[in-house]
Design a protein around this ligand. Structure first.
Ligand code: XMP
Length: 324
């Protein structure tokens, strides 16, 4: 019968057989649980012949790139390169307000940057890279087979067909038979920190779809700070694991407020926190008033450019989890 113990051993054996004694593997990591667990498993199997790449798209959370870099290299020993492509992404997002356009730009730019980096690894390894690692889970496999609706665009990072073809890489997906809860057990077993194992899902297009309207460096800075305060307070209140996903979004409207003795005309932050098991339906999280009061107070006091905070009490359906 199936145990996680045995899964790790057989999977490591299988990876070694498939990759061979000298083969090399590349793979993108995001800081999320799936890609980190896949990367750690690969590292256990073939060490530094696995090359992880983290693309900084300029729309990750506050300090996220730095934290992920530290955890994966110092903590987990993974051979990781961080590529700072934030200017490239933000340059292309300039003037773009439409959410689907943002998604396309971010998805396509990601593929371009990742391909460029993969080609560099390929050159430096003398052409020895044969495989691309993906942290695909069982539900992703099912979704891509059976689901062709609007959310077919959801997994932007999984859209690597062109990359595989251009670089003649074969796909390797060690988690493709696992569910999320099994991946968390596996991650814990592999020594991945609790914080990361229980991380809320974070969309590929990042806070670009949580900034309604144009994504500028100034708007990114505001959204990041507000989000950081919200998540910090959720963790401090011991609510992080009860909530499935939470974030702060920056609305493209202004409202009047009084700060000190000055009249201000600043932007509005919308907080969203949901409970869900399948992400197809979701209910808003019922915080107590004191909690929301504290978060709202901190955001208007600590984040320049924001003078109001609202809480989204829309269920899914009809409201989606993201605002865009
Ligand atoms: P919605 O907003 O459709 O979100 O209720 C359901 C889940 O999917 C995530 N999501 C995305 N993930 N790229 C991603 O990688 C995307 O473009 C995207 N849009 C939504 C969302 O965060 C939630 O977990």
């Amino acid at each position: 019968n199936w145990t996680m113990e045995r899964f790790v051993d057989t999977e490591i054996d299988r990876i070694r057989k498939v990759v061979g004694a000298t083969g090399q593997v590349i793979g993108a990591v995001s800081g999320g649980v799936d890609s980190t667990v896949a990367a750690k498993l690969m590292h256990e199997a073939i060490g530094d012949r696995f090359h992880a790449i983290l693309v900084d798209n300029g729309v990750m959370r506050l300090n996220e790139c730095k934290t992920v870099h530290k955890t994966l290299t110092e903590g987990l020993g993974i051979n990781l390169t961080v590529v700072d492509a934030s200017e490239e992404f933000l340059g292309k997002l300039k003037g773009v307000e439409d959410p689907e356009k943002k998604r396309k730009i971010i998805g396509n730019t990601f593929i371009e940057v990742f391909q460029r980096e993969s080609e560099r690894v390929m050159r430096e390894s003398g052409g020895a890279v044969d495989f691309l690692l993906q942290g695909t889970l069982y539900p992703d496999v099912i979704e891509s087979i059976s689901f062709k609706g609007p959310s077919a665009t959801i997994k932007t990072h999984h859209n690597v067909g062109g990359l595989l073809e251009n670089m003649k890489l074969k796909l390797i997906e060690p988690l493709r038979e696992l569910f999320k809860d099994e991946v968390r057990v596996l991650g814990t077993k592999l020594g991945i920190p609790e914080d990361l194992v229980w991380r809320h899902p974070f969309p590929g297009p990042g806070i670009a779809i949580r900034i309604l309207g144009e994504v500028t460096p100034g708007q990114v800075a505001i959204a990041r700070k507000a989000d950081h305060i919200f998540i910090e307070e959720i963790k401090a209140a011991g609510l992080y694991r009860k909530i499935s996903q939470a974030y702060a979004a920056l609305l493209p409207v202004r409202a009047v407020g009084v700060m000190g003795d000055k009249r201000v005309y600043d932007q509005v932050i919308a907080l969203r926190a949901v409970e869900t098991t399948d992400y197809m339906t979701a209910d808003w999280f019922d915080f107590d008033g004191r909690f929301l009061r504290k978060v709202a107070g901190r955001i208007v006091n600590e984040v320049d450019g924001v003078c109001r905070v609202v809480y989204d009490v829309t269920q899914k359906p009809p409201g989606t989890i993201e605002l865009q």
